[in-house]
Design a binder for this molecule. Structure first.
Ligand code: ADP
Ligand code: MG
Length: 296
């Protein structure tokens, strides 16, 4: 994939960009340090922190994109900017030709910690999200959508359970159903399986793959897992370490679909792609560790 710089980003001239559903243009994020009373006492200025710098990325409709990078590099920062939960310090994000100015029903978000309403049961959690986005939708229709998405994620029978009665895997099924029930154009997932045990993670990855085959929505998934990224993605975006993290490379994953976990290592280029991802992650993570040791 080729990333033109901003001076060449004139949409009508570049068919790739014209076809992009989501355009991330020169996005940077600086977290401004606040001066604490200790800083003032010691007459030191607080430090601003450049998390991500000059990120350019184009994402086409119906593509499954994973973002992989060392811990703390700015993956969540980027995803939250796309979600509209954070404002970029520079640059812009264009969705279907319109700049993103805040959160919207065109983007559904799945969080690692589920973020369910603890006092609402499964069905109520979904209906609440639907009602918030579509306040004028008749109740019968809302309930029918709730039913449809509970069924889609395999939770039929658990509609009336509250979050404390659910396993981690079931909670994340609710999180996925809730994000999809508002019918977003793009599903954003921030390490959705990070808190789950390996077996449950595998089940949920298979569920996401199955749902993606059915719906083919654009997905942006942040993950630590190379296997997960290879199993699910059309493209894998590798980020460098921070500060001022950038995109190192975008890998196209040409495996056929539907994919089978147990046949993954037989697809052509699997071993090269896996090795490239492993090398990148271990190099960047090692550099982060070395920098941390030097600071001590
Ligand atoms: P990742 O998701 O890749 O682990 P994050 O996007 O959460 O990384 O964070 C990127 C960097 O920005 C980290 O060094 C983190 O400490 C810093 N950071 C994140 N949020 C804030 C914030 N609100 N204020 C200051 N620094 C932050
Ligand atoms: Mg994160």
């Amino acid at each position: 994939m080729h990333f033109p710089d901003s001076s060449t980003m004139t949409p009508p001239l570049n068919p790739d960009i014209a076809a992009a559903q989501l355009l991330i243009q020169n996005v940077s994020k600086v977290y401004y340090g606040r001066q604490t009373w200790v800083d003032k006492l010691l007459k030191q200025t607080s430090q601003d922190f450049v998390a991500i710098a000059d990120i350019n990325l184009q994402i086409a409709s119906n593509t499954f994109v994973s973002i992989i990078g060392p811990s703390g590099c700015g993956k969540s920062t980027l995803l939250n900017i796309i979600a509209g939960l954070l404002r970029p310090s520079t640059g812009s994000i264009i969705l279907n030709g319109e700049p993103i100015k805040g959160p919207g029903p065109d983007r559904g978000v799945v969080f690692q910690n589920y973020a369910l309403m603890p006092w609402m049961n499964v069905a109520e959690n979904l209906r609440f999200a639907i009602e918030t986005v579509y306040p004028n939708m008749p109740l019968v229709q809302q309930k029918s959508i709730v039913h449809e998405y509970i069924d889609l994620v395999g939770l039929s029978g658990a509609e009336h359970k509250h979050p404390h009665e659910l396993s981690g895997g079931m909670k994340q099924r609710v999180g996925i159903a809730r994000a999809l029930a508002i019918n977003p154009e793009i599903l954003l997932m921030d390490e959705p399986f990070g808190a789950l045990d390996a077996l449950t993670r595998g089940f949920l990855q298979d569920e996401v793959a199955r749902i993606w085959e059915q719906q083919r929505k654009t997905v942006i998934l942040i993950t630590h897992s190379i296997e997960e990224a290879l199993l699910l993605s059309d493209q894998i975006v590798m980020m460098t370490r921070g500060p001022a993290a950038k995109i190192a490379e975008v890998l196209n994953i040409p495996f056929p679909r539907p994919r089978k976990r147990e046949e993954l290592d037989q697809y052509s280029h699997y071993h090269e792609l896996k090795a490239a991802l492993e090398q990148h992650l271990s190099r960047e993570t090692r550099a982060v560790e070395e920098a941390r040791i030097r600071r001590k």
